[in-house]
Ligand binder design. Structure first.
Ligand code: BGN
Length: 418
């Protein structure tokens, strides 16, 4: 009835009205497009995609994750600072992930099976490594068989905060539990092609129980993160001063003899990740990963810290000539690496502190290197000569137990450590 009445009037009035209505509509649409464009330009660097993980959960447990750029400056350690970081560091480039709601914790042994779950929810191709995926859309391999699709940019089965376990089962039980881990500590998704080939290098000596605990916590996390990874444990032979940096250099060189890894995560044996959104993938800028450690009350001690757990691409590591070889005993080698990174025009990036969380296993304090201040100060003049360039060592033993590749290494002190 009302429609018919207005139609009758429309015979005279509507053309004039319509013209205006169309103009208004066109203006609104243009304004919306402009707004969209402007906010896109601002947000493009910070908000890359929004997606829901694990739709097999009951609706109330769904979590929306937002990926955004982080890094550049120190994380504050506050639980609430994630949003601030993404805003204040909009110009930097590494990827962090935010969960809009805390998820329920799962224990490590139940995690591995969930890694084999459904895959592609979102496939926006953020940060894909270039030599690990040849992005052919037909997914056909050379022999004509069908290749699985590229893994989604954000792994779909992440659970967020995880219950760290400090008491792993015995080695054989653990080996049986990790059915998806291949000899030598290798893992890769079966349902899709991994975006990143990552070598995890653990400098090591004398802490077998710690190593078992790390492996028990790390394998399930890496599997869920859909990485093509391998864990290398590089053990220093003998009882002389420990040289963490040199062991990491050895790990780099030896791992690349096996496969062309896209990047490296250098991982202290005593740090256990507490959240699987702390993704061990390849960073655009060197990434300090152990931002918030329980021992330091989940606060970053200083903004240039690069110790604990850190990730670098193969190219960046080569570019800075690896770690210095002159730091024997505790301390300073990571600070020297931070200086190397800056000297090459790179910068340290970080995930937000509420994600990049770790628990530290307890152990007695190592002897600090009294020369570390001196070496740190004079480091710059050695950047080109001291590192991968003059690395000398001997592999005494190489073995491939199920959960890691193990090297026992004899280190040769560099000729002139001045
Ligand atoms: C710093 C150490 C780092 C270590 C962190 C965290 C030095 C050099 C002298 C300034 N640096 O003090 O190597 O990773 O503590 O423990 O000692």
């Amino acid at each position: 009835m009302t429609v018919a009445a207005s139609s009758a009037v429309a015979g005279v009035v509507v053309p004039w009205h319509r013209a205006h209505i169309y103009k208004v509509l066109v203006c609104i649409v243009l304004a919306l497009i402009a707004l969209q464009y402007l906010s896109g330009a601002i947000d493009r660097r910070s908000i890359e995609t929004i997606f829901t993980i694990n739709t097999s959960r009951p609706p109330h447990q769904h979590r929306t994750l937002v990926i955004y750029g982080t890094g550049g400056s120190a994380a504050s350690g506050s639980e609430d600072d994630m949003q601030d970081e993404s805003a204040s560091n909009a110009s930097s480039s590494s990827i962090g992930i935010r969960a809009s709601e805390a998820s329920g914790a799962k224990n490590a042994s139940s995690i591995e099976s969930s890694a084999a779950g459904p895959t592609s929810k979102s496939s926006s191709d953020v940060n894909a490594s270039n030599n690990n995926n040849n992005n052919n859309n037909n997914n056909n391999s050379d022999d004509g068989s069908r290749e699985p699709p590229l893994c989604p940019a954000v792994p779909p089965n992440l659970v967020g905060p995880i219950a760290v376990s400090k008491s792993p089962p015995d080695l054989s039980a653990m080996e049986r539990a990790f059915a998806r881990v291949k000899q030598g500590g290798r893992g890769a998704p079966v349902e899709c092609r991994a975006r990143y080939r990552v070598a995890i290098v653990v400098p090591f000596r004398d802490r077998f129980p710690h190593l078992m605990t790390l492996l028990y916590n790390l394998h399930p996390l890496l599997l869920r993160q859909q990485l093509d990874y391998q864990i290398f444990v590089v053990e220093q032979e003998g009882t002389g001063q420990f040289n963490r940096a040199m062991l990491m250099n050895v790990g780099y060189v030896e791992a690349l003899k096996e496969r062309p890894f896209d990047c490296f995560v250098f991982h202290d044996v005593d740090l256990l990740p507490e959240d699987d959104r702390n993704i061990y993938n390849c960073p655009e800028q060197p990434r300090h990963m152990s931002v918030a450690i329980d021992k330091f009350l989940y606060r970053l001690p200083y903004s240039d810290l690069f110790g604990g757990v850190s990730a670098m691409t193969t190219n960046h590591f080569r570019m800075v000539n690896g770690f210095s070889n002159v730091f024997w005993g505790w301390g300073g080698e990571d600070d020297d690496m931070a200086n190397r990174i800056k000297s090459r025009g790179l910068h340290i990036s970080r995930y937000p502190a509420n994600i990049a969380r770790y628990k530290m296993l307890t152990h007695k304090k190592e002897k600090a290197n009294p020369k570390r201040y001196e070496f740190l100060k004079s480091g710059k003049k050695r950047f080109l000569t001291d590192g991968l360039a003059n690395l000398q060592y001997e592999i005494m033993v190489k073995k491939r137990p199920k959960l890691y590749t193990w090297f026992l290494v004899r280190l040769t002190p560099p000729a002139q450590p001045s």
